[in-house]
Design a protein around this ligand. Structure first.
Ligand SMILES: [Zn+2]
Length: 479
């Protein structure tokens, strides 16, 4: 039997189990750093399969890793799992109208229920494969919380947790099947705490110094700053504390959160320093004080160019998920649930990509084709992910596998509903097979792994440097 068939059979053998784990994670739908039930469940499954688990890793209660070694020597393969949900996206699985399971509750709008379990499936199956074929090696599954929040992988990389791995594979639920060829932005995020002096806003306004004014002037300053940054840069903000609800009290406190993005981490560090200067200026203008508390930062994501072709070959050998007419119909129903404007945008994108035959992809939107990796496809994408830091510590590649209809917008109830349905199941099982097979192939290519490691060294200048100083601890309660 060919390796790919062995891997397929091994995943199919635990498909029911994986599906039920995914269903549990879908129901738990826990917020970043609060993934207690989800991480517990995944840990128990690893232990049941003979993995040795360390929990509470990198100073984060819901962070863990589990390792299994067969024989002596051999390479170490890592898989990344995520399992956090997004606030407000609760949705009944497989339902094509908006129907939250619990009103305003979190939901898996980024499909991390499939992500965490799919990678777990790959780890369990690779372990089985090593034992069955008596191939020496180690498998490590990394439970990575809070990807949607302040992240974990940069803290895990800083703690050296990935250093034992020769290579790491991961995946993300998507509307297509290919090696993730996006160059995703680096990001830094901080809370800015303004402190002023309260006073009666009517009787003694001259005695007050408004922290809220300072926060607003910071917004004005950043709006002017936007014209003088590189076009790829992004500056986002949100009010965390507007200083209370009484207009007749001069607000003596205000907290505003800023997140800045740019293609490379050195650019984002420069941009962040400029935002801090704007905050200082706002404080000076209002005679208030400001303190910035850096809480999160991710390095940019780029696929490892030496490893990517191996992942691509494994994807092609497994093949994309096989969809029935019913699956296609379900995917199409989800597309029809988007607002008209969004539907038009999806159709426009399909016309651009598929030309005259685009309507076929609109009515049959579930993608089963696998696109071969091509280094010239690497393109900038405005989003950010903490997987970037893993790729600056060890060779790392992320693949995208279809769990939803082409054009489905991320972070929506539609993305969640599909991740919890048969569409998510099929994508997740395909991903588990592809990741496990990619690892087996990589075990057989030590020369390529050596090149992949050189590539990492070239990127990071010899060793991983965390974009956060050692003094910044995981912001479990504050971010
Ligand atoms: Zn995600």
């Amino acid at each position: 039997m060919q390796t790919k068939d062995t891997i397929r059979e091994l995943v199919d053998g635990i498909a029911g189990r994986l599906e039920s784990l995914r269903d549990s994670l879908y129901d738990f739908a826990e917020l970043p750093y609060r993934e207690f039930r989800s991480s517990d469940l995944l840990i128990r499954e690893l232990e049941r399969n003979g993995f040795e688990v360390v929990s509470g890793a990198a100073g984060i209660p819901t962070c863990f890793y589990g390792a299994f070694t067969h024989g002596e020597g051999g390479m170490t393969a890592g898989f990344l799992g995520e399992y956090d949900a997004l606030d407000g996206l609760s949705q009944e699985a497989g339902c094509t109208v908006h129907r939250p399971v619990r009103e305003n509750a979190p939901g898996h709008g980024c499909g991390h229920c499939c992500l965490g379990v799919g990678s777990l499936g790959a780890a369990i199956v690779l372990k089985e494969y090593l034992v069955q074929t008596d191939l020496p090696g180690t498998v490590v599954y990394y439970g990575c919380p809070a990807e949607e929040g302040a992240g974990a992988k940069q803290f895990m990389a800083r703690a050296g947790l990935f250093d034992r791995c020769d290579f790491i594979y991961t995946w993300h639920p998507s509307d297509k099947n290919e090696v993730d060829s996006a160059h995703m932005n680096a990001i830094m995020g901080a809370n800015f705490y303004f402190t002023g002096r309260s006073s009666h806003a009517g009787a003694a306004p001259h005695l007050g110094r408004s922290a809220l004014d300072a926060a607003e002037l910071m917004s004005v300053g950043c709006n002017y700053l936007r014209e003088h940054v590189i076009p790829e840069a992004r500056i986002h903000y949100a009010y965390i504390d507007a200083g209370g609800t009484a207009p007749n009290v001069v607000q003596d406190r205000a907290v505003v959160r800023y997140e800045v993005r740019a293609p490379y981490v050195y650019q984002v560090k420069e941009l962040y320093a400029r935002v801090v200067n704007v905050a200082k200026g706002a404080a000076m203008m209002t005679e208030t004080q400001v303190r910035d508390e850096l809480a999160m930062a991710f390095t940019e994501y780029l696929p490892n160019i030496s490893l990517a072709p191996v992942a691509s070959r494994a994807m092609r050998d497994i093949g994309g998920p096989v969809w029935t007419d019913g699956d296609q119909e379900l995917g199409h129903e989800y597309l029809l649930s988007f607002p008209t404007e969004t539907q038009e945008e999806i159709k426009r994108a399909m016309r651009t990509q598929y030309g005259a035959g685009w309507e076929e992809s609109w009515t049959h939107p579930m993608d089963s084709t696998v696109r071969t990796f091509d280094v010239s496809d690497i393109r900038p994408l405005a989003g950010s992910t903490d997987v970037g830091d893993v790729g600056y510590a060890v060779p790392c590649v992320s693949i995208l596998v279809a769990t939803c209809a082409r054009g489905t917008v991320g972070h929506t109830w539609q993305f969640a509903g599909q991740a919890g349905s048969v569409l998510g199941t099929k994508g997740m099982l395909a991903a588990a097979k592809m990741l496990a097979l990619a690892a087996v192939y990589t075990f057989g290519e030590p020369e390529r792994v050596r090149k992949a490691k050189e590539e990492v060294k070239e990127r990071n200048g010899g060793a991983y440097t965390c974009p956060l100083p050692d003094s910044v601890l995981p912001p479990i309660e504050t971010y």
